[in-house]
Structures are given as structure tokens and as C-alpha cells.
Design a protein around this ligand. Structure first.
Ligand code: HEC
Ligand code: HEC
Ligand code: HEC
Ligand code: HEC
Ligand code: HEC
Length: 157
């Protein structure tokens, strides 16, 4: 467990550099220039914990015709044809011992940018905002939300 935590901390320190992704997807291109709403690709299915990654068939609604000569789109088309998920490298992730819900925060009026920065300007996804315990607690303090240990953790040992 201790080793696991050290690993989590070590990864956390490096997280500001964009990790390598299996396909060169750009938010700047899709959410910025094409102005696609976040919800085109990130839905929030019940119970609302996750925003999820888009299914490849969603990408293919456009890319079956757009840029089919691009090697990146050919990689995408292969995943879609094989009905395999693209193994995107995660950028934001909290350990499993932390309670987390997107829905609770969105219902309370939080914006994507509060926790992920200005995503529509990013060519490569990188960690723009901390999701450390301190960052969570800072907003909870400001919004007068509980910071009891048991609010975010069941038990720690
Ligand atoms: C056309 C589809 C599409 C749209 C529109 C889109 N995204 Fe994404 N998003 C993706 C894909 C694919 C990934 C995984 C690849 C990557 O990280 O760049 C991703 C990754 C992310 C991640 C990183 C998740 C993680 O932990 O790895 C965040 C945060 C995110 N998107 C937020 C947003 C926000 C906020 C918007 C709207 C401003 C948005 N996205 C619009 C497809 C999209
Ligand atoms: C209050 C902070 C907060 C807000 C607001 C927020 N996120 Fe997140 N997001 C996180 C955290 C923390 C994670 C990591 C969760 C985990 O490990 O499961 C995350 C993970 C993600 C992921 C990776 C897949 C997943 O669901 O774990 C995507 C995609 C994402 N967020 C998109 C969005 C979009 C789009 C919005 C706005 C509609 C948004 N987020 C709003 C904090 C936030
Ligand atoms: C609404 C239509 C639409 C959707 C949905 C869409 N794209 Fe795109 N995508 C585009 C357009 C338009 C371009 C820019 C093409 C150009 O440069 O002429 C593009 C460009 C790209 C490129 C750059 C290709 C290159 O070599 O220049 C990649 C990679 C890509 N998209 C991946 C994805 C992925 C992965 C998804 C699903 C998560 C997705 N797209 C969803 C319309 C879309
Ligand atoms: C932008 C401000 C903000 C940030 C950042 C934030 N929270 Fe919250 N959080 C809130 C608000 C506001 C509520 C109250 C929602 C309500 O009243 O139901 C809340 C509620 C919660 C809840 C209760 C959820 C439920 O089901 O009722 C948990 C658990 C939680 N936050 C964990 C976290 C964790 C873990 C992080 C960091 C990864 C975090 N929060 C970051 C504002 C924030
Ligand atoms: C608002 C949510 C929240 C509250 C309240 C909270 N934590 Fe955390 N805690 C987190 C998150 C998120 C992480 C994971 C940080 C990361 O990504 O490494 C964490 C990680 C930890 C860790 C692992 C070591 C570390 O620092 O990463 C310990 C131990 C811990 N918390 C103890 C506590 C104790 C004790 C309390 C009460 C004083 C508490 N937490 C209250 C969100 C919270």
C-alpha cells in the first residue's frame, strides 16, 4: 500500500507534461475550432461518477468520410472496425480510496474548467489543474462543503 502511494505521488508530480496518447487527438481542433460541445463525447451515465470516453463509432460518424488518408484516422478506423476501445492514457485520476462523483459537482454548479482548465485550447491533453487532496479541500472550504475525512474516504490504513 505504501509503495502504491509513493507511485501515485511520483506520477502526480510528472503529470503536467502531456502523456503520449495512442492517437493524436486534439481538443483544440474538436472542442475549440469545430466548437463541439463537451457532451458530444463525454456523457455522464448513471450513477454519475464518470464522464467516460467516447465510443469509437461516435468518432467514425465524421471520420468515415473526414481525413481518411491520415495515418491517425486509419488507426482510429481499425479500433472501430475491430470494436476495440482506444487505450487512452489517463490524465486525471483519483485513487480508488477516494469517493468521487462528477454528477454531484455538476449538479452543484461546478464547471469543467474549474477542475480541468481551458480544455478547448489544448492540442494535447495535459493536467492543467491539481486534483490533490489539498485542491479538493480548498474548494470545499470556499463553498462551505464538508472536509471531514469520512466525506471523501471510507477508511484509511
Ligand atoms: C470529439 C470528442 C471530444 C470532445 C468534443 C471533447 N472531448 Fe475530452 N476527450 C476526448 C478524447 C478522445 C479523450 C482522450 C484523449 C485525450 O486525453 O486527449 C478526451 C479526454 C479528456 C479529458 C482527460 C481525461 C483523463 O483523465 O484522461 C478531459 C478532462 C476532457 N477530455 C475534457 C473535455 C472537455 C471539458 C471538453 C469540452 C470543452 C471536451 N473534453 C470535449 C474526446 C472529446
Ligand atoms: C470538481 C472537479 C471536477 C469537475 C467540475 C469536472 N471534473 Fe472531470 N474529473 C475530475 C476528477 C477528480 C477526475 C478523476 C476521476 C476518477 O479518477 O475517476 C475527472 C475525470 C474526468 C474524465 C476521465 C474519465 C472519467 O470520467 O473519469 C473526463 C473525460 C472528464 N473528467 C471530463 C469532464 C467534463 C467534460 C467536465 C464538465 C462537464 C468535468 N470533467 C468536470 C474532476 C472534475
Ligand atoms: C463532428 C465531426 C467530428 C467528430 C465527431 C470527430 N472528429 Fe476528428 N476531426 C474532425 C475534423 C473536421 C477534423 C479536421 C480535419 C482537417 O484537418 O481537415 C478532425 C481531425 C481529427 C484528427 C487529425 C487527423 C490528421 O491527421 O490531421 C484526429 C486524429 C481526429 N480528428 C480524431 C478524432 C477522434 C479520436 C474522435 C472521437 C473521439 C473524433 N476525431 C471525432 C471532425 C470530427
Ligand atoms: C470547484 C469546487 C470543488 C472542487 C474542486 C471539489 N469539490 Fe467536492 N464538492 C463541491 C461542492 C459544491 C459539493 C456539494 C455538492 C452538494 O451539495 O451536493 C461537493 C461535494 C462533494 C462530495 C459529496 C458527493 C455526494 O454524493 O453528495 C464528495 C465525496 C466530494 N465533493 C469529493 C471531492 C473530491 C475527492 C474532490 C477532489 C478530487 C473534490 N470534491 C473537489 C465542490 C468542489
Ligand atoms: C474533499 C475530499 C477529501 C477530504 C475531505 C479528505 N481527503 Fe484525503 N485524499 C483526498 C484525495 C483526492 C486524495 C488523493 C490525492 C492524490 O491524488 O494522490 C487523498 C489522499 C489521502 C491520503 C493518501 C496520502 C496522500 O496524501 O495522497 C491520506 C492518508 C488521506 N487522504 C487522509 C485524509 C484524512 C486523515 C482526512 C481528514 C483530515 C482526509 N484525507 C480528508 C481527498 C480528501
Amino acid at each position: 500500500m505504501r509503495l502504491f502511494l509513493l507511485l501515485v505521488i511520483a506520477l502526480g508530480v510528472q503529470a503536467a507534461d502531456p502523456p503520449k496518447q495512442p492517437i493524436a487527438f486534439s481538443h483544440k481542433q474538436h472542442a475549440g475550432e469545430l466548437k463541439l460541445p463537451c457532451a458530444t463525447c463525454h456523457v455522464n451515465p448513471a450513477p454519475g461518477e464518470m464522464m467516460t470516453f467516447p465510443v469509437e463509432s461516435k468518432c467514425m460518424t465524421c471520420h468515415q468520410a473526414i481525413k481518411t488518408d491520415s495515418p491517425e484516422i486509419q488507426k482510429l478506423a481499425k479500433f472501430a472496425a475491430d470494436k476495440k476501445r482506444v487505450p487512452w492514457t489517463r490524465v486525471y485520476q483519483v485513487p480508488t480510496f477516494v469517493f468521487w462523483s462528477h454528477k454531484a459537482h455538476l449538479d452543484a454548479g461546478a464547471k469543467c474548467s474549474d477542475c480541468h482548465g481551458e480544455v478547448a485550447t489544448l492540442t494535447l491533453m495535459s493536467k492543467e489543474k491539481e486534483t490533490s487532496m489539498g485542491a479538493c479541500m480548498e474548494c470545499h472550504r470556499q463553498k462551505k462543503v464538508s472536509n471531514d475525512c469520512s466525506f471523501c474516504h471510507e477508511k484509511l490504513n
